[in-house]
Design a protein around this ligand. Structure first.
Ligand code: ZN
Length: 309
């Protein structure tokens, strides 16, 4: 995107909300999206097209996605678990579809009850569906390499396996892949090594983004490793919402507010205005009063003399 060094992709409305029981009203989600866009957040993953009985929190994804599409200049992304979800996403005219594929096959079976082969077949069907659209209406299809840095069931994930799946996703018709530290296992050295290996196999232009969790406090260190390597899209969640029900006090995704401060302080342009970002945080705090919002920068405030945007 023009004038921006690093694209912050806000995933709070999907990854954050999906593990929160208190349902955020549709109108509040719209206010949140508007406030994020007004702050200059270039991309928002607004929801996931999964059956409402599985994730009631995201049952309004169609309405939310269609609303987000009315905001000029905002990149609208959604998660889709399968072809059916992709059909919905295309109907909502989103810019980007992300289909997650767990590099840990055990995790894939537990999570979506599908083997790698079955998931890759599904990706192929989605790619076909997209190809049938007029060129200027085709969304980007991203394959997310979940559990790429380790799995809570399988443990260590061989890096060659991650590379193999990245290649398979590209062959199945993805435009790009993303690395996903679903479990918060990653460290900066591993992040750099894995980016290098995937690039060597599929080319730099096909891996631009990373999705990090702060489960063990390594999130921002992993961001630094990613941007030093040259990735240009970083996922984060406002207030780090999401968390982990079995680990009280542990935040979920890396915190958008701290990420923006880190990047801007290092001289990397995000296009995001910090004060306006805090206004968006207030929308969440008001709509979800029982949910703890994380972030060091919101608590401490910006350093004296600091100027963003
Ligand atoms: Zn995640």
């Amino acid at each position: 995107m023009e004038g921006i060094d690093i694209e912050v992709s806000e995933v709070g409305l999907r990854d954050g909300l999906q593990s929160i029981n208190q349902i955020m009203p549709t109108e509040a989600k719209k206010r949140w999206i508007s406030a994020l866009a007004a702050a200059g957040v270039p991309e928002i993953e607004v929801g996931s097209f999964v059956p409402a009985r599985i994730l009631p929190q995201l049952a309004d994804t169609m309405e939310i996605a269609q609303y987000a599409r009315t905001i000029e200049g905002l990149n609208v992304a959604v998660l889709v678990p399968n072809l059916k979800g992709a059909e919905q996403a295309i109907k909502a005219r989103v810019h980007k579809l992300t289909i997650p594929l767990s590099v840990s096959e055990t995790h894939s079976l537990r999570n979506v009850n599908r083997t790698h082969l079955q998931m890759l077949e599904e990706v192929g069907h989605i790619a076909q569906l997209i190809k049938r659209l007029p060129v200027d209406e085709r969304p980007i299809l991203e394959g997310a390499l979940s559990t790429a840095f380790g799995c809570t069931i399988e443990g260590t994930i061989p890096e060659d396996r991650v590379v193999e799946i990245a290649v398979a996703l590209m062959e199945a018709g993805c435009d790009e892949v993303g690395l996903s530290d679903t479990t918060g296992y990653a460290n900066p050295v591993q992040v750099k090594r894995l980016i290098g290996k995937v690039w060597a196999a599929i080319g730099r232009e096909h891996l631009k983004g990373i999705h990090l969790h702060n489960t063990r406090g390594q999130g921002l260190a992993n961001v630094l490793a990613s941007v030093e390597m040259g990735l240009t899209t970083i996922d984060s969640s406002m207030g780090g919402i999401g968390g982990c029900p079995s680990a009280p006090g542990a935040s979920g995704n890396i915190v958008t507010e701290d990420l923006v401060f880190l990047l801007e302080a290092m001289g990397l342009k995000t296009g995001i205005d910090f004060d306006a970002l805090m206004a968006a945080r207030n929308v969440v705090a008001t709509a979800l009063p029982d949910v703890e919002l994380y972030g060091f920068t919101p608590d401490a405030g910006l350093p004296l003399g600091f100027c963003s945007r």
